[in-house]
Design a protein around this ligand. Sequence first.
Ligand code: FES
Length: 145
Amino acid sequence: MYSEKVMDHFQNPRNVGEIENASGVGTVGNAKCGDIMRMYLDIDDDGIIQDCKFKTFGCGAAVATSSMATELVKGKTIQQALEVTNKAVMEALDGLPPIKVHCSLLAEEAIHAALWDYAEKHGIKIEGLEKPKSDISEGEEDEEY
Ligand code: FES
């Protein structure tokens, strides 16, 4: 059911932990399944993401997608990090079962939330970034979980 990459990132998640004095921290959850993800970004003066760590209280797919998402944003610019969508994360993991697609949305939103926090702290606006929801299930159609 899960690709080898998903199993690998679930069993050996990369970049687990916290960053002290992070440039941006974002926490998002999904009230329907109860999963929560927190993403920490360390962004240098040139706007390059030097480090990224995460903590996820959630299902295996949420752990795997957050792990892959941290790998994808590391070393990137803020604009490039915005391109790390849930689709990009899923592709990098060789796919997720349809019922687990929402888990990858948590990763995308957590990156956005951390970037939003960074922008607020620096009094800047990041083009193309909208205020993230803290609960990604908000306004969603009722789905089976
Ligand atoms: Fe909710 Fe995976 S994030 S079940």
